[in-house]
Design a protein around this ligand. Structure first.
Ligand code: EGV
Length: 386
Protein backbone atom coordinates (compact mmCIF):
# COMPACT_ATOMS: atom_id res chain seq x y z
CA UNK A 1 0.00 0.00 0.00
CA UNK A 2 1.43 3.38 -0.94
CA UNK A 3 2.15 5.44 2.14
CA UNK A 4 2.47 2.52 4.53
CA UNK A 5 5.36 2.86 6.95
CA UNK A 6 7.16 -0.01 5.33
CA UNK A 7 6.95 1.44 1.82
CA UNK A 8 8.18 4.81 3.03
CA UNK A 9 11.11 3.20 4.82
CA UNK A 10 12.00 1.20 1.74
CA UNK A 11 11.77 4.32 -0.41
CA UNK A 12 14.02 6.21 2.00
CA UNK A 13 16.47 3.34 2.08
CA UNK A 14 16.52 3.24 -1.73
CA UNK A 15 16.96 6.99 -2.02
CA UNK A 16 19.94 6.76 0.26
CA UNK A 17 21.46 3.78 -1.44
CA UNK A 18 24.88 4.75 -2.69
CA UNK A 19 26.25 3.87 -6.07
CA UNK A 20 29.60 2.07 -6.14
CA UNK A 21 31.59 5.21 -6.81
CA UNK A 22 30.00 6.93 -3.79
CA UNK A 23 31.21 4.02 -1.64
CA UNK A 24 34.62 4.49 -3.24
CA UNK A 25 34.60 8.22 -2.38
CA UNK A 26 34.33 7.28 1.30
CA UNK A 27 37.59 5.36 0.99
CA UNK A 28 39.60 7.67 -1.17
CA UNK A 29 41.41 9.65 1.53
CA UNK A 30 41.97 6.70 3.82
CA UNK A 31 45.17 4.81 4.30
CA UNK A 32 43.43 1.45 4.15
CA UNK A 33 41.41 1.87 0.97
CA UNK A 34 40.61 -1.47 -0.64
CA UNK A 35 37.49 -0.12 -2.35
CA UNK A 36 38.14 1.21 -5.85
CA UNK A 37 39.55 -0.82 -8.71
CA UNK A 38 42.20 1.72 -9.65
CA UNK A 39 45.88 0.76 -9.35
CA UNK A 40 47.44 2.14 -6.17
CA UNK A 41 50.43 -0.11 -5.53
CA UNK A 42 53.90 1.48 -5.55
CA UNK A 43 55.66 1.88 -8.88
CA UNK A 44 58.08 -0.80 -10.02
CA UNK A 45 61.71 0.25 -10.51
CA UNK A 46 61.32 0.61 -14.28
CA UNK A 47 58.02 2.47 -13.88
CA UNK A 48 59.74 4.93 -11.52
CA UNK A 49 62.31 5.58 -14.22
CA UNK A 50 59.50 6.53 -16.61
CA UNK A 51 58.08 8.93 -14.03
CA UNK A 52 61.53 10.52 -13.71
CA UNK A 53 61.34 11.22 -17.45
CA UNK A 54 58.09 13.21 -17.15
CA UNK A 55 59.75 16.55 -17.99
CA UNK A 56 61.15 15.06 -21.22
CA UNK A 57 57.76 13.57 -22.08
CA UNK A 58 56.24 17.02 -21.58
CA UNK A 59 58.74 18.53 -24.01
CA UNK A 60 58.02 15.75 -26.47
CA UNK A 61 54.31 16.60 -26.17
CA UNK A 62 55.06 20.25 -26.94
CA UNK A 63 57.28 19.52 -29.92
CA UNK A 64 55.82 16.57 -31.79
CA UNK A 65 52.45 16.39 -33.59
CA UNK A 66 49.81 15.10 -31.16
CA UNK A 67 48.52 12.49 -33.58
CA UNK A 68 51.90 10.78 -33.80
CA UNK A 69 52.15 10.35 -30.04
CA UNK A 70 48.54 9.21 -29.92
CA UNK A 71 49.13 6.63 -32.62
CA UNK A 72 52.21 5.30 -30.81
CA UNK A 73 50.27 5.04 -27.54
CA UNK A 74 47.44 3.13 -29.23
CA UNK A 75 49.89 0.87 -31.02
CA UNK A 76 51.79 0.09 -27.81
CA UNK A 77 48.62 -0.59 -25.82
CA UNK A 78 46.84 -2.77 -28.36
CA UNK A 79 50.02 -4.73 -29.01
CA UNK A 80 50.49 -5.30 -25.28
CA UNK A 81 47.02 -6.80 -24.89
CA UNK A 82 47.12 -8.93 -28.04
CA UNK A 83 44.79 -6.83 -30.19
CA UNK A 84 46.80 -6.91 -33.42
CA UNK A 85 43.77 -6.38 -35.67
CA UNK A 86 42.57 -3.16 -34.03
CA UNK A 87 41.62 -0.60 -36.67
CA UNK A 88 44.54 1.82 -36.87
CA UNK A 89 43.08 4.16 -39.52
CA UNK A 90 42.62 7.76 -38.41
CA UNK A 91 39.56 8.36 -36.22
CA UNK A 92 38.73 4.74 -35.50
CA UNK A 93 40.19 4.83 -31.97
CA UNK A 94 38.86 7.79 -30.03
CA UNK A 95 40.99 8.66 -27.02
CA UNK A 96 38.90 9.80 -24.05
CA UNK A 97 39.77 11.04 -20.57
CA UNK A 98 38.45 7.82 -19.07
CA UNK A 99 36.45 4.76 -20.05
CA UNK A 100 33.41 6.30 -18.34
CA UNK A 101 33.65 9.24 -20.72
CA UNK A 102 33.70 6.69 -23.57
CA UNK A 103 30.67 5.06 -21.97
CA UNK A 104 28.75 8.33 -21.86
CA UNK A 105 29.53 8.91 -25.55
CA UNK A 106 28.33 5.38 -26.35
CA UNK A 107 25.15 5.81 -24.30
CA UNK A 108 24.21 9.12 -25.88
CA UNK A 109 24.91 7.68 -29.32
CA UNK A 110 22.82 4.56 -28.76
CA UNK A 111 19.91 6.68 -27.54
CA UNK A 112 19.65 8.25 -31.02
CA UNK A 113 18.74 4.91 -32.57
CA UNK A 114 17.25 2.56 -29.96
CA UNK A 115 15.39 2.61 -26.69
CA UNK A 116 16.68 -0.56 -25.11
CA UNK A 117 19.93 -2.36 -24.39
CA UNK A 118 20.69 -5.83 -23.05
CA UNK A 119 23.35 -5.44 -20.36
CA UNK A 120 25.41 -7.96 -18.43
CA UNK A 121 24.24 -8.51 -14.84
CA UNK A 122 25.94 -8.00 -12.45
CA UNK A 123 28.50 -5.46 -13.64
CA UNK A 124 29.94 -2.12 -12.46
CA UNK A 125 26.88 0.05 -11.89
CA UNK A 126 27.92 3.21 -13.67
CA UNK A 127 27.46 1.40 -17.01
CA UNK A 128 23.79 0.87 -16.19
CA UNK A 129 23.49 4.38 -14.77
CA UNK A 130 24.95 6.07 -17.85
CA UNK A 131 22.71 4.05 -20.19
CA UNK A 132 19.63 4.76 -18.08
CA UNK A 133 20.65 8.38 -17.71
CA UNK A 134 20.31 8.65 -21.47
CA UNK A 135 16.80 7.25 -21.36
CA UNK A 136 17.61 3.68 -22.33
CA UNK A 137 15.64 0.75 -20.95
CA UNK A 138 17.86 -2.13 -19.75
CA UNK A 139 17.30 -5.85 -20.04
CA UNK A 140 19.55 -7.93 -17.75
CA UNK A 141 21.81 -10.57 -19.30
CA UNK A 142 22.90 -13.03 -16.62
CA UNK A 143 26.50 -14.28 -16.69
CA UNK A 144 25.87 -18.04 -16.75
CA UNK A 145 23.51 -18.18 -19.73
CA UNK A 146 25.76 -15.77 -21.63
CA UNK A 147 28.68 -18.15 -21.11
CA UNK A 148 26.75 -21.28 -21.93
CA UNK A 149 24.32 -20.70 -24.76
CA UNK A 150 23.15 -18.46 -27.55
CA UNK A 151 20.94 -15.50 -26.73
CA UNK A 152 17.20 -15.85 -27.05
CA UNK A 153 16.24 -14.49 -30.49
CA UNK A 154 13.24 -12.79 -28.86
CA UNK A 155 15.66 -10.78 -26.73
CA UNK A 156 17.60 -9.74 -29.82
CA UNK A 157 14.36 -8.53 -31.41
CA UNK A 158 13.76 -6.25 -28.42
CA UNK A 159 17.10 -4.47 -28.08
CA UNK A 160 19.33 -2.25 -30.21
CA UNK A 161 22.53 -3.25 -28.46
CA UNK A 162 24.05 -6.05 -26.42
CA UNK A 163 26.56 -4.73 -23.91
CA UNK A 164 29.10 -7.08 -22.29
CA UNK A 165 31.93 -6.32 -19.86
CA UNK A 166 34.77 -8.82 -20.39
CA UNK A 167 36.53 -9.66 -18.16
CA UNK A 168 33.57 -8.72 -16.03
CA UNK A 169 33.90 -6.42 -13.05
CA UNK A 170 33.64 -7.77 -10.33
CA UNK A 171 33.57 -11.49 -11.24
CA UNK A 172 36.46 -11.59 -13.73
CA UNK A 173 34.42 -13.82 -16.06
CA UNK A 174 35.80 -13.73 -19.60
CA UNK A 175 33.89 -14.13 -22.85
CA UNK A 176 35.94 -16.73 -24.73
CA UNK A 177 36.77 -16.59 -28.42
CA UNK A 178 34.12 -19.09 -29.46
CA UNK A 179 31.38 -17.39 -27.44
CA UNK A 180 32.35 -13.98 -28.83
CA UNK A 181 32.26 -15.43 -32.32
CA UNK A 182 28.74 -16.81 -31.84
CA UNK A 183 27.45 -13.73 -30.07
CA UNK A 184 28.80 -11.47 -32.83
CA UNK A 185 27.17 -13.69 -35.47
CA UNK A 186 23.82 -13.47 -33.66
CA UNK A 187 24.15 -9.68 -33.40
CA UNK A 188 24.97 -9.51 -37.12
CA UNK A 189 21.86 -11.53 -38.03
CA UNK A 190 19.61 -9.33 -35.91
CA UNK A 191 21.21 -6.00 -36.78
CA UNK A 192 22.07 -5.42 -33.12
CA UNK A 193 25.17 -3.49 -32.05
CA UNK A 194 27.63 -5.55 -29.99
CA UNK A 195 29.40 -3.40 -27.39
CA UNK A 196 32.28 -4.64 -25.24
CA UNK A 197 33.89 -3.05 -22.21
CA UNK A 198 37.34 -4.62 -21.90
CA UNK A 199 38.70 -2.32 -19.18
CA UNK A 200 40.17 -5.20 -17.14
CA UNK A 201 41.57 -7.28 -20.01
CA UNK A 202 45.19 -6.42 -19.22
CA UNK A 203 45.06 -8.73 -16.20
CA UNK A 204 43.94 -11.87 -17.95
CA UNK A 205 45.66 -13.53 -20.93
CA UNK A 206 42.41 -15.33 -21.69
CA UNK A 207 40.89 -11.96 -22.54
CA UNK A 208 43.80 -11.14 -24.87
CA UNK A 209 42.97 -13.21 -27.94
CA UNK A 210 42.50 -10.93 -30.93
CA UNK A 211 38.92 -9.69 -30.39
CA UNK A 212 39.06 -7.30 -33.35
CA UNK A 213 39.77 -10.16 -35.77
CA UNK A 214 36.65 -11.96 -34.47
CA UNK A 215 34.48 -8.84 -34.55
CA UNK A 216 35.61 -7.76 -38.01
CA UNK A 217 34.99 -11.16 -39.56
CA UNK A 218 31.51 -11.40 -38.02
CA UNK A 219 30.06 -8.55 -40.05
CA UNK A 220 28.21 -7.19 -37.02
CA UNK A 221 28.17 -3.54 -35.97
CA UNK A 222 30.41 -3.33 -32.93
CA UNK A 223 32.21 -1.00 -30.57
CA UNK A 224 34.75 -1.61 -27.83
CA UNK A 225 35.71 0.46 -24.80
CA UNK A 226 39.31 -0.15 -23.75
CA UNK A 227 40.90 1.37 -20.64
CA UNK A 228 44.51 1.96 -19.65
CA UNK A 229 43.38 3.06 -16.20
CA UNK A 230 43.29 -0.18 -14.24
CA UNK A 231 46.81 -1.50 -14.81
CA UNK A 232 49.38 0.99 -13.67
CA UNK A 233 49.66 3.27 -10.65
CA UNK A 234 49.76 6.46 -12.75
CA UNK A 235 47.65 8.63 -10.39
CA UNK A 236 44.67 8.36 -12.74
CA UNK A 237 46.63 9.66 -15.70
CA UNK A 238 45.01 7.32 -18.21
CA UNK A 239 42.79 7.07 -21.24
CA UNK A 240 39.65 5.28 -22.30
CA UNK A 241 39.84 4.17 -25.92
CA UNK A 242 36.60 4.00 -27.85
CA UNK A 243 36.99 1.78 -30.92
CA UNK A 244 34.23 1.36 -33.48
CA UNK A 245 33.36 -0.69 -36.53
CA UNK A 246 32.75 0.43 -40.06
CA UNK A 247 29.06 0.96 -40.87
CA UNK A 248 28.31 1.44 -37.17
CA UNK A 249 25.86 4.20 -38.02
CA UNK A 250 26.01 5.83 -34.62
CA UNK A 251 27.06 9.48 -34.09
CA UNK A 252 30.04 8.57 -31.89
CA UNK A 253 32.39 10.97 -33.56
CA UNK A 254 29.95 13.89 -33.37
CA UNK A 255 29.19 13.27 -29.71
CA UNK A 256 32.89 12.82 -28.95
CA UNK A 257 33.42 16.28 -30.43
CA UNK A 258 30.69 17.67 -28.15
CA UNK A 259 32.67 16.49 -25.15
CA UNK A 260 36.38 16.76 -25.92
CA UNK A 261 39.05 17.68 -28.42
CA UNK A 262 41.52 15.07 -27.25
CA UNK A 263 43.57 13.62 -24.42
CA UNK A 264 46.80 15.38 -23.42
CA UNK A 265 49.85 14.18 -25.40
CA UNK A 266 51.69 14.06 -22.07
CA UNK A 267 49.27 11.40 -20.85
CA UNK A 268 49.40 9.55 -24.17
CA UNK A 269 53.22 9.55 -24.09
CA UNK A 270 53.10 8.23 -20.52
CA UNK A 271 50.71 5.44 -21.59
CA UNK A 272 53.03 4.57 -24.47
CA UNK A 273 55.99 4.28 -22.10
CA UNK A 274 54.08 2.21 -19.51
CA UNK A 275 52.73 -0.08 -22.24
CA UNK A 276 56.22 -0.67 -23.65
CA UNK A 277 57.57 -1.32 -20.17
CA UNK A 278 54.73 -3.79 -19.58
CA UNK A 279 55.50 -5.57 -22.85
CA UNK A 280 59.09 -5.79 -21.70
CA UNK A 281 58.29 -7.91 -18.64
CA UNK A 282 56.19 -5.53 -16.55
CA UNK A 283 52.91 -7.25 -17.38
CA UNK A 284 54.17 -10.66 -16.31
CA UNK A 285 55.38 -9.10 -13.07
CA UNK A 286 52.00 -7.43 -12.56
CA UNK A 287 50.17 -10.71 -13.08
CA UNK A 288 52.38 -12.34 -10.46
CA UNK A 289 51.79 -9.44 -8.07
CA UNK A 290 47.99 -9.64 -8.42
CA UNK A 291 48.02 -13.44 -8.10
CA UNK A 292 50.07 -13.20 -4.94
CA UNK A 293 47.74 -10.54 -3.46
CA UNK A 294 44.73 -12.70 -4.31
CA UNK A 295 46.40 -15.59 -2.51
CA UNK A 296 47.05 -13.37 0.49
CA UNK A 297 43.34 -12.46 0.71
CA UNK A 298 42.19 -16.06 0.36
CA UNK A 299 44.77 -17.38 2.81
CA UNK A 300 44.10 -14.78 5.50
CA UNK A 301 40.35 -15.43 5.33
CA UNK A 302 40.60 -19.21 5.00
CA UNK A 303 38.69 -21.04 7.67
CA UNK A 304 36.50 -18.10 8.72
CA UNK A 305 33.03 -19.64 9.10
CA UNK A 306 30.75 -19.22 6.07
CA UNK A 307 33.28 -17.15 4.11
CA UNK A 308 33.93 -18.18 0.52
CA UNK A 309 35.33 -16.86 -2.77
CA UNK A 310 32.79 -16.96 -5.59
CA UNK A 311 35.21 -16.13 -8.42
CA UNK A 312 37.82 -18.87 -8.35
CA UNK A 313 39.05 -18.19 -11.90
CA UNK A 314 39.22 -14.42 -11.54
CA UNK A 315 42.59 -12.90 -12.53
CA UNK A 316 41.55 -9.25 -12.39
CA UNK A 317 42.67 -6.84 -9.70
CA UNK A 318 39.55 -7.27 -7.59
CA UNK A 319 38.31 -10.17 -5.46
CA UNK A 320 34.81 -10.77 -4.15
CA UNK A 321 34.37 -12.27 -0.70
CA UNK A 322 31.09 -13.98 0.09
CA UNK A 323 30.20 -13.44 3.73
CA UNK A 324 27.67 -16.22 4.22
CA UNK A 325 24.71 -14.92 6.21
CA UNK A 326 26.44 -11.67 7.16
CA UNK A 327 25.43 -8.57 5.23
CA UNK A 328 27.92 -6.64 3.12
CA UNK A 329 26.67 -3.33 4.51
CA UNK A 330 26.90 -4.45 8.13
CA UNK A 331 30.37 -5.85 7.61
CA UNK A 332 31.43 -2.69 5.78
CA UNK A 333 30.24 -0.59 8.72
CA UNK A 334 32.10 -2.64 11.33
CA UNK A 335 35.25 -2.74 9.22
CA UNK A 336 35.30 1.01 8.71
CA UNK A 337 34.23 1.93 12.25
CA UNK A 338 36.53 -0.40 14.12
CA UNK A 339 39.53 -0.54 11.81
CA UNK A 340 39.32 2.39 9.36
CA UNK A 341 39.39 -0.11 6.52
CA UNK A 342 37.20 0.67 3.49
CA UNK A 343 36.03 -2.13 1.20
CA UNK A 344 33.23 -2.12 -1.37
CA UNK A 345 29.75 -3.54 -0.65
CA UNK A 346 28.46 -5.40 -3.71
CA UNK A 347 24.72 -4.66 -3.84
CA UNK A 348 25.02 -2.03 -6.56
CA UNK A 349 26.88 -4.32 -8.97
CA UNK A 350 23.51 -6.06 -9.25
CA UNK A 351 21.87 -3.10 -10.96
CA UNK A 352 18.73 -5.14 -11.66
CA UNK A 353 18.49 -6.98 -8.35
CA UNK A 354 20.66 -5.47 -5.58
CA UNK A 355 19.55 -8.12 -3.11
CA UNK A 356 21.76 -10.63 -4.95
CA UNK A 357 24.85 -8.67 -3.92
CA UNK A 358 23.75 -8.32 -0.30
CA UNK A 359 26.23 -10.79 1.19
CA UNK A 360 29.41 -9.83 -0.61
CA UNK A 361 32.27 -7.34 -0.35
CA UNK A 362 34.80 -6.61 -3.07
CA UNK A 363 38.46 -6.19 -2.13
CA UNK A 364 40.85 -4.29 -4.42
CA UNK A 365 44.08 -6.18 -5.08
CA UNK A 366 46.07 -3.48 -6.87
CA UNK A 367 47.47 -2.29 -3.55
CA UNK A 368 50.85 -2.60 -1.86
CA UNK A 369 51.19 -5.79 0.14
CA UNK A 370 51.53 -4.25 3.56
CA UNK A 371 48.30 -2.15 3.64
CA UNK A 372 46.42 -4.93 1.84
CA UNK A 373 47.56 -7.43 4.47
CA UNK A 374 46.50 -5.12 7.32
CA UNK A 375 43.12 -4.55 5.66
CA UNK A 376 42.42 -8.24 5.21
CA UNK A 377 43.52 -9.13 8.75
CA UNK A 378 41.12 -6.44 10.01
CA UNK A 379 38.37 -8.00 7.90
CA UNK A 380 39.18 -11.41 9.37
CA UNK A 381 38.93 -9.92 12.84
CA UNK A 382 35.51 -8.39 12.08
CA UNK A 383 34.23 -11.62 10.55
CA UNK A 384 35.48 -13.71 13.44
CA UNK A 385 33.28 -11.63 15.74
CA UNK A 386 30.02 -11.70 13.82
C1 EGV B 1 36.05 -0.03 -10.02
C2 EGV B 1 34.79 4.65 -11.06
C3 EGV B 1 33.40 6.23 -12.34
C4 EGV B 1 35.44 3.41 -11.65
C5 EGV B 1 35.84 2.43 -10.57
C6 EGV B 1 35.90 1.03 -11.05
N1 EGV B 1 34.56 5.59 -12.12
N2 EGV B 1 32.38 6.06 -11.58
N3 EGV B 1 33.36 7.01 -13.37
O1 EGV B 1 36.59 3.76 -12.38
O2 EGV B 1 35.92 -1.18 -10.37
O3 EGV B 1 36.25 0.31 -8.84
O4 EGV B 1 35.81 0.71 -12.19
Amino acid sequence: MIGSKNTIETALHRAEEKNLTQWEFLAINCELNVADGHARQTLSASQSKIVEQLPQLFVEGEQRPAEEIEWEAHQAYFELVGQRSYPADPGRVLSCYSSSVSMEIVSRSLATSTDSVALLHPTFDNIADLLRGNGLHLVPLEEDPLQNKDLDPRLLEQVGCVFVTTPNNPSGRVLGRERLHRLAAQCARHGVVLALDTSFRGFDRQAQYDHYAVLQSSGCRWLVIEDTGKLWPTLDLKAGLLVWSEHLKLPLYEIYSDILLGVSPLILALIREFARDAADGGLVELHEFIASNRKLVRTELAGVPEVSFPDLDNRCSVERVHLGRRSGLGTWAELSRRHNVYALPCRAFHWHNPQEGEHMLRIALARSIEPLGRSVRALRDVLANC
